[in-house]
Ligand binder design. Structure first.
Ligand SMILES: Cc1cc2nc3c(=O)[nH]c(=O)nc-3n(C[C@H](O)[C@H](O)[C@H](O)COP(=O)(O)OP(=O)(O)OC[C@H]3O[C@@H](n4cnc5c(N)ncnc54)[C@H](O)[C@@H]3O)c2cc1C
Length: 470
């Protein structure tokens, strides 16, 4: 179908404002870690009715639809492919906060609301959506990818926060189903909303959600620990959980290679350690919803660290209390800084924490032997077993056939992760970047079940980017 034919089909069914002119398509067709595509059209409906009208047109014409929130996804699922057939459906104008139920600590928000907007509104009520990450995603995108983030060990992932959803299906009527509710306790129905969370949009377009909120911390403190290597991490996390109890809110690791690059490209950041950078640094955060008159979390953190040193915790070489903005600025600088050193191959691995050292040793040895031009710059959320096992490919190095080398290294790292009981996609969801891994590592019966469920929400598989076709 040509663009003009599509416009004729939507004419009179949506307001002119919903049609994004081709001159403005650029930010919506290029993904962060994937090649840009060519859409048939880009639309930004201003209401759920308008969104349903567009979906009806797409279903009638058999056109695939790509829902898009903030386009901060990292697996290529939020942008069209090169076929020129995809209709990109932006949720950014679905931006209403429909209800703030403070007594219930629940917000009912539309899909296009950004995480930062929601948290700004919640601050006076000492509430937040506690998921924290280096991007500012939309609520719909967070649900579709089941965002994890740095404080998952404290607050859980996005699925954990979803009490109910309003979803538009990709069937002929663009059926809208909704179980938006404020109650946490409701076993009077079969819960389908968790199926939508993490399905990348393949099980319907989220238009609104009832989100369970978290208390906003009144104080926090952070420490940077210098570790001799990755082997120390599992036991240290166990020790920290025991020593810090419910105050522990984040445990992040930053390898020497990743930290060095962040410091090199951000002159405003300083090496916080007394000596040279350690092989691995661990950022430990404690926080509390109580104020300092009730408890001093920095004192809790210092006391726990002193006890760790008194017992000579293995692998911990140094520990420094650093103001939270300083510690997090270093951690959040890593992702963008790596891009300045070359192409980044982002590998979002989820592991049982005890298996982290074995996985790391095996994968690092494989890289040194078979991909010596790639630089391992790992970092991530070790408190929940999530590791960004990112590789930097400096320009002018390695073989000319980049694509096959890239696919090969990806699959071999995924194999190493799955081999120790881990996941090839910890928190970034499913999409073209990891479709081959989904096909390879998901058992056939589970894939079949997934496709069966998907067809209930999307009978013609038009919400096509997140899950590969059957
Ligand atoms: C610097 C940086 C740091 C990041 N750190 C983390 C991190 O720590 N943890 C983490 O989990 N992620 C992280 N991410 C990934 C990313 O931010 C998340 O995947 C994000 O939640 C996606 O939200 P979005 O609104 O940008 O969605 P998009 O990128 O627009 O879309 C992502 C997927 O969701 C689908 N989708 C979007 N909106 C809807 C909707 N309304 N209904 C149905 N499907 C929809 C899209 O089709 C696509 O499949 C990071 C990204 C960046 C750039």
């Amino acid at each position: 179908m040509q663009y003009q034919d599509f416009l004729k089909r939507v004419d009179g069914r949506v307001a002119p404002r919903a049609i994004v002119p081709p001159a403005e398509w650029d930010p919506f067709v290029n993904g962060l870690r994937c090649a840009g595509g060519v859409p048939l059209a880009v639309l930004a409906p201003g209401s759920v009715d308008e969104l349903r009208a567009i979906v009806r047109v797409c279903v009638e014409a058999g056109l695939p639809v790509v829902p898009q929130g903030a386009n901060s996804g990292l697996v290529g699922a939020s942008v069209p492919d090169a076929s020129g057939r995809h209709v990109v459906l932006l949720t950014r104008r679905l931006g209403a906060v429909r209800q703030l139920a403070i007594a219930d600590a629940v917000a009912v928000v539309e899909a296009g609301v950004r995480l930062s907007q929601l948290n700004f509104m919640l601050e006076p009520h000492r509430l937040q959506l506690g998921i924290d990450l280096g991007a500012d995603p939309s609520i719909g995108g967070m649900i579709a990818t089941n965002t994890g983030g740095s404080r998952m060990m404290r607050y859980g992932d996005m699925r954990r926060h979803v009490l109910g959803l309003e979803v538009v299906l990709a069937d002929r009527d663009a059926t809208m189903i909704s179980n938006l509710r404020l109650t946490r306790k409701d076993n009077g129905r079969v819960g389908w909303a968790p199926l939508v969370s993490g399905a990348g949009g393949a099980m319907g377009i989220v238009t609104a959600a009832a989100i369970e909120l978290d208390p906003l911390p009144q104080q926090s403190a952070t420490m940077l620990m210098a570790l001799g290597g990755i082997d120390a991490v599992p036991d240290l996390v166990i020790e920290l959980r025991r020593a810090l109890g419910e105050f522990l809110s984040a445990c992040e690791i930053m390898s020497k290679a990743a930290t060095e690059i962040a410091l090199r490209h951000n002159p405003g950041l300083k090496n916080p350690f007394r000596d040279a950078l350690p092989a691995q640094a661990m950022l430990v955060e404690v926080s509390s919803g109580l104020d300092r008159s009730a408890v001093d979390v920095e004192a809790v953190l210092l006391g726990a660290t002193e006890r760790l040193f008194a017992r000579e915790a293995p692998g911990v070489e140094d520990a420094l209390v650093v103001p939270p903005p300083v510690a997090w600025a270093l951690r959040h600088a890593i992702s963008d800084s790596l891009k300045m050193e070359g192409e980044v191959i982002g590998l979002d691995i989820g592991l049982p924490l005890a298996a982290l050292p074995a996985f790391h040793a095996k994968a690092a040895a494989m890289l040194a032997a078979d991909f010596p031009w790639l630089k391992l710059c790992d970092f991530g959320h070790c408190g929940d077993g999530g590791v960004h096992f990112n590789l930097v490919w400096p320009s002018g190095t390695g073989p000319a056939h980049r694509e096959s080398a890239r696919d090969d290294v990806r699959m071999r790292i995924y194999e190493a992760a799955v081999g120790v009981g881990g996941s090839f996609s910890a928190e970034h969801g499913l999409g073209p970047s990891n479709a081959a891994a989904f096909a390879r590592f998901t058992p056939p019966d589970e894939r079949q079940l997934t496709q069966g469920l998907r067809r209930i929400f999307d009978p013609w598989e038009l919400l096509a980017r997140a899950l590969p076709p059957a």
